[in-house]
Design a protein around this ligand. Structure first.
Ligand code: SF4
Ligand code: SF4
Ligand code: SF4
Length: 283
């Protein structure tokens, strides 16, 4: 190769290099995605557990939604008040006060209170048992006790007790709602911490049947409805329901006639995990 060829080759290669660099620079300028500098800071104020309780697939997606104005800054049920205040500062909005919420287990029909229907030998999950033949208890509304709620909890806040009923540890529960969502019997509900009156039953069967299958069932007698008033408690399809918009924070149970204690205060030791005792005593 003579010197002229060498110089021509170098000029060509240099020209190509310059051309590709320009192309890459143009592509970068054209295709780059703008990342709001606040995003990283908002993510840092979130718990980082990616539980999905906010309705988004993870904390980053939720942070994006906040930045774009699609989500309320309080929509993460797991976040602390400090985290919410931090996001308020970043977004330049007023900090809202977060209302603490907990999972409440609204069935008292454990193994000792209910009559089994069959020896279930299928997959040991509540969803499988529920779908197979409505569960293995004669009550088709009660807790099945296979613990789908336990495995759905990202915070290790639920255990199944010796009687086959879930117990929620308030020290760990963040109110994320995963357990509520997964339960095929709608036994678990998320409630603000101050709600203390509950119907601990979901059965809509008639009294002549519930009497036979569970010693803790609501039998639809309407005593609570008569005492509290129909606007506060109403019995629909044999089951009492509390209107939490106007009722549910009380000093005492509205009736003494509920033989099965289907309506009761949360402070009743029946609901209490020993781990929670101090919390309930201070309610
Ligand atoms: S509360 Fe629901 S998910 Fe949990 S053990 Fe009972 S039936 Fe299963
Ligand atoms: S108990 Fe339920 S609401 Fe509480 S942290 Fe666990 S899954 Fe979430
Ligand atoms: S008093 Fe008890 S059994 Fe009667 S409707 Fe109310 S919760 Fe049900």
């Amino acid at each position: 190769m003579n010197l002229t060829s060498l110089i021509v080759s170098m000029i060509c290669l240099g020209g190509l290099g310059a051309l590709f660099s320009l192309g890459l620079a143009l592509a970068h300028a054209k295709l780059q995605v703008y990342v709001d500098p606040r995003l990283e800071n908002v993510v840092e104020e979130l718990p980082g557990v990616n539980c999905g309780g906010c309705g988004y697939p993870g904390c980053s997606a939720f942070a994006n939604a906040i930045i774009s104005g699609m989500a309320e800054i309080t929509a993460c049920p797991v976040n602390t008040q400090d985290g919410i205040t931090g996001i308020s500062d970043i977004m330049g909005v007023q900090a809202e006060v977060k209302v603490k919420e907990y999972a409440r287990v609204l069935c008292r029909g454990g193994n000792n209170e209910t009559i089994p229907k069959a020896d279930y030998r299928g997959i040991k999950t509540c969803i499988a048992a529920h779908l197979t033949f409505g569960g293995d208890k004669l009550c088709r509304y009660g807790c099945l006790g296979y613990g789908d709620c336990v495995s759905s909890c990202p915070f290790d806040a639920i255990q199944i007790d010796d009687n086959g009923l879930p117990r929620v540890n308030e020290d760990k529960c963040t109110g994320c709602g995963n357990c509520e969502e997964i339960c095929p019997r709608s036994i678990i509900e998320i409630h603000p911490a101050n709600h203390n009156l509950f119907i601990f039953c979901k059965s809509q069967d008639e009294a002549k049947y519930t009497r036979l299958v569970c010693t803790r069932a609501c039998n639809g007698c309407k005593s609570c409805q008569k005492k509290a008033g129909e606007d506060k408690i109403s019995v629909i399809n044999n089951l009492a329901r509390i209107n939490y918009d106007i009722y549910g924070v009380v000093d005492e149970v509205p009736t003494t006639q509920c033989k099965n204690h289907a309506i009761d205060l949360l402070r009743n030791p029946f609901e209490m995990n020993p781990l929670n005792k101090k919390n309930h005593d201070s309610v």
